[in-house]
Design a binder for this molecule. Structure first.
Ligand SMILES: Cc1cc2nc3c(=O)[nH]c(=O)nc-3n(C[C@H](O)[C@H](O)[C@H](O)COP(=O)(O)OP(=O)(O)OC[C@H]3O[C@@H](n4cnc5c(N)ncnc54)[C@H](O)[C@@H]3O)c2cc1C
Length: 582
């Protein structure tokens, strides 16, 4: 069952949730015209469906290979990348000044959903390149921008993010890679990075590494890390490629999924690099890359969930087992209520997470470009609040969704040749990289809830209650029921939020014990808010999904409070047991 992008739902989400017209109204996107959206989505769908999706099982089977000449991408990937590059997809949302098309970020997000849905391993290459571009745009010198941005934005070169080392995973501040000044403005970088996605490959002639390293006099921990740019091939003054830099992939990881995405061990043996941003301020630059990547990883969850849903729906229509009312002979399994429930839960989770990710992308566009400073500030708070939800909630749902997809396939789902198994295996990385979901929960309760005295969640709750009011005012009986569920869920989130803010102020450990459960509740409720918002204007499929979600998920919100507020106490007992002989 080949993937086809859900163009209508994506367009609907762009319109109703991301509110593209508000973004266009900022005046910051002179090239944007609402008429452009449909042709862009259609073209992206053709690339995803006809070029990238057929390569997905091939990439899973063959993977990338390490040779004496570096990493060779899986069969067909270089040709597909050439089409992606020539279509100008890399530069859709980057400034025209550097060769981009200057369109809203959220539109690029919609395109990337299609790319990831068709082939997540392929999509990781642009995903990491976006992070590198964002970092250079925000923190690079004019010279660095001139040297790297046109090549990265055109897709002629790709980028990679080198943070992780064996002893420095979630705790990036523990990294040991060294950068010694050469005295000519460049630095000599030495160390080893692990797990570097698309750190090397043969799809482009150069790979631009963004590398975190430590200067000789750097303070310990995360306050002593600096960001550097170090290309695989050094760039001559005229822009042509020069010497090979001392950066090599010395090993490829063997993984449970995303086989076609090379996960490289990178060796830096005195590689030449240049500081990006201020010395010892690498953490800020890293967050520029990470925030872009976190939202895009959340989007991977949406995309692979959608692909799993499509495959499960097709299988459920085709596979016959057992009997069902008014069906003669064997019934397609989609006639069984349990399969219907499974499919509905997949569809609702995918649409709710799509809405959260697009709302986050739209907030990022407004935070950067709205002309009114008050709108920019409110949008920044919304973006910051939604980023951990987009990343963690969407990817946790992707695990549920792809898992349900395997279940719907029965024994066939366990067979390696079905796409259901690949979707599950590919999705499994998404809660882990770009900051594990546990780390996202800490970010949510530790930083995001306390921003501006709790203004971000207070504004979100006000919006949720407003949506419930609108739903009730519609007088559509199903929307009135949804409004009741949404109001009760908002009250639960409000109570949990007040508790969490107080707990984090008094005994941080107490709050942290409930952080993941809190993130789950927040995502459940915010997801329900967006589904309801869609249903208010569109009564067909959006209303059906919102109604299902209200009963299936929102109804559980009031019961989720105890798991958050009692976590510290219950964990003390449980962890005491676990730690007793550790
Ligand atoms: C396929 C793949 C691709 C990757 N791509 C890249 C890449 O391109 N560039 C790059 O730099 N890195 C990359 N990574 C690394 C990835 O970002 C890290 O694996 C991730 O940040 C987690 O670090 P870790 O694996 O060391 O786990 P650890 O940090 O050891 O975490 C183990 C567990 O402990 C928990 N934990 C750790 N610290 C805390 C804490 N303070 N509080 C609560 N819980 C905690 C975590 O949530 C996790 O569940 C990739 C990894 C993989 C597997």
């Amino acid at each position: 069952m080949p993937y086809t992008a859900p163009v209508d739902q994506i367009a609907h989400t762009l319109q109703r949730i991301a509110r593209l017209e508000d973004i266009a109204a900022t005046g910051a996107f002179p090239n944007f015209d609402a008429e452009l959206v449909a042709p862009i989505l259609d073209e992206a769908n053709k690339l995803a469906r006809d070029v990238l999706a057929p390569l997905n099982p091939i990439g899973h089977k063959h993977g990338a290979k390490l040779t004496d000449n570096g990493v060779i991408a899986a069969p067909g990937f270089a040709e597909a990348y050439a089409q992606f590059r020539d279509g100008g997809w890399m530069g859709l949302a980057f400034p025209e000044e550097y060769g981009g098309q200057g369109l809203p970020k959220v539109l690029a997000l919609a395109v990337m959903e299609m790319v990831h849905g068709a082939n997540m391993a392929f999509g990781l290459c642009p995903l990491l390149t976006f992070g590198a571009i964002e970092a250079i745009l925000a923190h690079g010198t004019d010279e660095q921008k001139k040297t790297y941005l046109p090549k990265l934005i055109s897709g002629e070169w790709t980028g990679a993010m080198n943070l992780t080392e064996p002893q420095a995973g979630s705790d990036v501040g523990a990294l040991k890679t060294k950068a010694i000044p050469n005295g000519d403005g460049s630095y000599s970088i030495t160390g080893q990075k692990i797990f570097i996605t698309w750190g090397d490959h043969d799809m482009t002639e150069n790979v631009v590494q963004l590398v975190l390293a430590r200067l000789p006099d750097a303070p310990a921990g995360s306050r002593g890390i600096s960001l550097f740019v170090a290309p695989k091939f050094l760039v001559n003054a005229d822009g042509s490629l020069g010497e090979r830099n001392a950066i090599r992939c010395i090993g490829l990881e063997h993984k449970m999924g995303i086989h076609a995405s090379p996960t490289c061990v990178m060796e830096y043996a005195g590689a030449k690099g240049w500081l990006v941003g201020e010395p010892n301020k690498g953490l800020a630059a890293m967050f520029t890359m990470m925030n872009s990547a976190r939202l895009n990883v959340g989007l991977e969850g949406v995309a692979v969930g959608e692909a799993a849903f499509q495959a499960a729906l097709a299988y459920a229509r085709d596979r016959k087992q057992g009997s069902a009312p008014s069906i003669e002979g064997s019934a397609p399994i989609i006639r069984h209520p349990d399969i219907q429930r499974s499919l509905a839960s997949m569809a609702a989770a995918v649409q709710a997470s799509r809405a959260i990710c697009y709302a986050c992308g739209a907030a990022a566009d407004l935070a950067e470009h709205a002309s009114d400073p008050a709108i920019r500030e409110a949008a920044k708070l919304r973006e910051d609040l939604l980023t951990p939800l987009a990343k963690a909630w969407s990817t946790d749902r992707a695990i549920d969704v792809t898992n349900t997809g395997v279940q719907i396939h029965g024994g066939m789902g366990f067979m390696s040749e079905t796409s259901a198994a690949q979707f599950y295996l590919d999705a499994r990385i998404t809660p882990i990289y770009e900051g594990t979901n546990g780390i996202q929960a800490i970010d949510l309760v530790g930083r995001k809830l306390s921003m501006n005295n709790g203004a971000a969640m207070a504004a979100m709750l006000a919006d949720i209650r407003n949506t419930a009011r609108e739903a009730r005012a519609s007088n559509e009986p199903k929307l009135v029921v949804i409004a009741d569920r949404l109001d009760a869920a908002a009250a639960a989130l409000d109570e949990a939020t007040q508790w969490m803010i107080a707990a984090m102020k008094s005994t941080r450990e107490t709050g942290l014990s409930g952080a993941s459960a809190y993130l789950r509740l927040a995502g459940d409720v915010v997801g329900g808010h967006f589904l309801t918002l869609s249903a208010i204007t569109d009564r067909g499929r959006p209303l059906a999904l919102a109604r299902f979600y209200a009963e299936d998920t929102l109804s559980r919100a009031p019961g989720a409070i105890a798991a958050i507020t009692s976590a510290s106490e219950t964990l003390q007992d449980a962890a005491g047991e676990l730690l007793s002989d550790a």
